[in-house]
Design a protein around this ligand. Structure first.
Ligand SMILES: *[C@@H]1O[C@H](CO)[C@@H](O)[C@H](O)[C@H]1NC(C)=O
Ligand SMILES: *[C@@H]1O[C@H](CO)[C@@H](O)[C@H](O)[C@H]1NC(C)=O
Ligand SMILES: *[C@@H]1O[C@H](CO)[C@@H](O)[C@H](O)[C@H]1NC(C)=O
Ligand SMILES: *[C@@H]1O[C@H](CO)[C@@H](O)[C@H](O)[C@H]1NC(C)=O
Length: 191
């Protein structure tokens, strides 16, 4: 009787651990307990459309007579991230992605950002976080000091599985030429 029980349990065990051949998925198992960590980041983002060395380009827009930034205008960016508000300060990474201007009110600027912020120096060299969020409508010439929030939905490297948020404050902007310099305080929850 006892031998039979052992045999039965052994069978169950073998079936449970056997890999599922010819399937595209593995067995789902419980994830172990994980310790969530918090990392804060502080840097400045520079989105420059003017001059000889722009970092963001208009790549598509509606063919209706209006000047960007406005509804339906798509930009590609490879924007530098620095430690201080001067563009010439230490470079720590870049923000590569797209933003789509979406304000039908032409006195405002609003856009959805799809971007990967990757760090190229220090402890987080090679790690990145993904921002996918709307930059809420602001006056085209923003009131100085206004803080806005955007959502962080993922990450790679040391920030794998990150979620979090970014608090942003434009330090200066020039709407005539479309340049923006923004201070970022990022809070990342990751493992
Ligand atoms: C937009 O495209 C349409 C169709 O090609 C054309 O008829 C129209 O003139 C264009 N408008 C502008 C402002 O370029
Ligand atoms: C960052 O990582 C890259 C790739 O591993 C390496 O080539 C580079 O030297 C590193 N930079 C710094 C400043 O550590
Ligand atoms: C970022 O954090 C620093 C230090 O707490 C604070 O002085 C600064 O005002 C914050 N900026 C933003 C945009 O949240
Ligand atoms: C924006 O840039 C243009 C061209 O460099 C300059 O003429 C203008 O004064 C700037 N405006 C502000 C508000 O800095």
């Amino acid at each position: 009787m006892e031998k039979q029980m052992i045999f039965a349990w052994a069978m169950i065990f073998c079936l449970a651990i056997a890999p599922v051949y010819g399937q595209y998925y593995s067995r789902t198992v419980k994830a172990g307990p994980r310790v969530e960590k918090i990392t804060h980041l502080h840097f400045y983002y520079h989105d420059i459309r003017s001059g000889n060395n722009p970092t963001a380009f208009l790549i598509a827009s509606l063919n209706i007579t209006q000047d960007p930034p406005s509804y339906g205008t798509l930009f590609a960016m490879d924007d530098p991230l620095t430690t201080e508000f001067e563009l010439t300060s230490t470079l720590v990474g870049n923000a590569q992605g797209l933003y789509l201007a979406l304000s039908r009110d032409l006195t405002k600027f609003s856009a959805v950002f799809y971007a990967d912020f990757t760090f190229t120096t220090g402890r987080y060299n090679g790690s990145s976080f993904s921002l996918f969020s709307r930059f809420p409508p602001t006056d085209v010439v923003p009131a100085p000091g206004t803080i806005r929030e955007m959502a962080i939905v993922g990450g790679t490297g040391k920030f794998r599985m990150a979620t979090g948020f970014a608090l942003l404050r434009p330090t200066s902007s020039n709407d005539t030429v479309g340049d923006a310099h923004v201070e970022f305080n990022v809070t990342l929850y990751h493992y």
